[in-house]
Design a protein around this ligand. Structure first.
Ligand code: AMP
Ligand code: GLY
Length: 409
């Protein structure tokens, strides 16, 4: 199978790594990829958001499957264009990707499908917003209705700050606060059926000790030894399948990964959000544990015929990833700092490094974005995997880098 992966982050490096390990994959390409994906695939410097350029590249490569990483690529209509051209694509059409892009649309689908989620108001004016904030009380949850890559959400006890965020957005969703541990569950969907991957947990605050501003995610681990054993099947039954069914009923067949961000509250499982893509950095740990070859699974989603009873096989043990971010992340990440120590990190037994915001200048590796590297540690249990990840991360030097994820529990 000839596969093209779109995107350039740590998630895409993890996808490329897992596809590279799959013996069914005979050719692997990334666009644009990064210096890490170049070690396992051929990178192509095209704009992945340009549907014409992607269709042209996929055609030129005779790709049997295109795997879309970022939501912005889906929103640009790349999935639609590929399918129109008769090329199998793992990733929903633009209209179905609104499950992530519009919080209001997601709420409406959940309501129609009977999926448990936080009660919410959609607000477009300050008086509406104030009434909604006072209805639920603190902590206030205010979500930008636009696509914000998981970064348009403010959770605060400060009513003025909540109101200020709402005023800065055109349309917001104000919700009741969900109290309880968060879980990310990825379901692979073919438009009709869905198959779950292993749940993971990520940590979104920028600094150690779960402090600092919200980010796209600073670290993750899987499995979740504390999660109820029937969690996955319950979520498939009450959340994923009803959502896939509802989208299909609306003629928006959902092909790709449906990422359910869940809160396990005292009242039961609630959906915090849906994403139309793999989570970053959860994918890095989930794919590390996946023993079932990835390409066949993704291809079955893209062409249809997924067996809903199928459950992937998982490696024993645990994986933890630690994100190394650029100085100034998330507000103003510094680009162009030199990265050293990758070889030393990779020599730590059970550890390896995935690249995200990096670029090569000659043979020097430089920072080129917010989240720079993901150090993955593996081991028989979470504590060992975590220690391994931090041991390897300590070998890496970035001039000025000081942000490390907090993955203590
Ligand atoms: P979202 O982009 O909707 O995932 O929100 C980002 C983060 O904000 C989530 O991962 C949660 O930590 C937090 N969050 C969002 N909605 C709620 C809610 N209703 N109650 C509590 N925390 C929330
Ligand atoms: N790690 C959270 C996300 O990908 O949105």
């Amino acid at each position: 199978m000839r596969v093209l992966v779109l995107g350039s982050g740590g998630r895409e490096h993890a996808l490329a790594r897992a596809l590279h390990r799959d013996p069914a994959v005979t050719a692997l390409h990334c666009a644009p990829g990064n210096p890490g994906t170049a070690e396992v695939a051929v990178n192509h410097q095209i704009d992945p958001h340009d549907p014409t350029a992607v269709v042209e590249l996929a055609g030129r490569l005779s790709a049997d499957l295109v795997v879309v990483g970022p939501e912005a690529v889906l929103v640009a209509g790349v999935g639609d264009a590929l399918r129109e051209a008769g090329i199998a694509c793992f990733g929903p059409d633009r209209a179905a990707a609104r499950i992530e892009g519009s919080k209001a649309f997601a709420k409406e689908v959940m309501k129609a499908a009977g999926v448990p989620t936080a009660a919410a108001f959609v607000c477009e004016s300050a008086p509406e917003t104030q009434a909604a904030l006072d209805e639920y009380g603190p902590p206030y949850v205010v979500k930008d209705d636009g696509l914000a890559a998981g970064k348009g959400v403010v959770v605060t006890d400060d009513r003025d700050a909540a109101l200020a965020h709402a005023v800065a957005c055109e349309r917001v969703v104000i919700e009741e606060y969900l109290d309880g541990p968060e879980v990310s569950l990825f379901a692979l969907c073919d438009g009709v059926n869905a198959v779950p991957l292993m749940p993971a947990q990520d940590f979104k605050r920028a600094y150690d000790g779960d402090a600092g501003p919200n980010t796209g995610g600073m670290g993750a681990y899987t499995p979740l030894p504390w999660a109820p054993p029937d969690l996955v099947e319950e979520v498939m039954r009450t959340v994923v399948q009803p959502t896939v069914d509802e989208l299909r009923r609306r003629d928006l067949p959902y092909v790709g990964v449906l990422y359910a961000g869940l809160a396990l509250t005292a009242k039961g499982v609630r959906v915090i959000e849906f994403n139309a893509r793999f989570g970053d950095p959860e994918t890095q740990v989930v794919l590390d544990r996946l023993a079932t070859p990835l390409a066949g699974l993704l291809h079955a989603c893209a062409i249809g015929g997924l067996d809903p009873a199928f459950r992937p096989v998982w490696h024993e043990g645990a994986a933890v990833t630690v994100v190394i971010a650029a100085e100034g992340y998330p507000e103003n990440p510094v680009k162009g700092d030199e990265i050293t120590g990758l070889d030393e990190a990779a020599q730590v037994p059970g550890a390896y490094v995935l690249q995200a915001g990096t670029r090569l200048e000659g043979d020097r590796l430089l920072t080129n974005g917010g989240r720079v590297l993901n150090v993955v540690g593996t081991g028989p249990d979470q504590a060992t995997a975590r220690a391994t990840a931090y041991e390897a991360a300590a070998k890496i030097k970035i001039r000025g880098a000081h942000h490390r994820s907090d993955i203590a529990r």
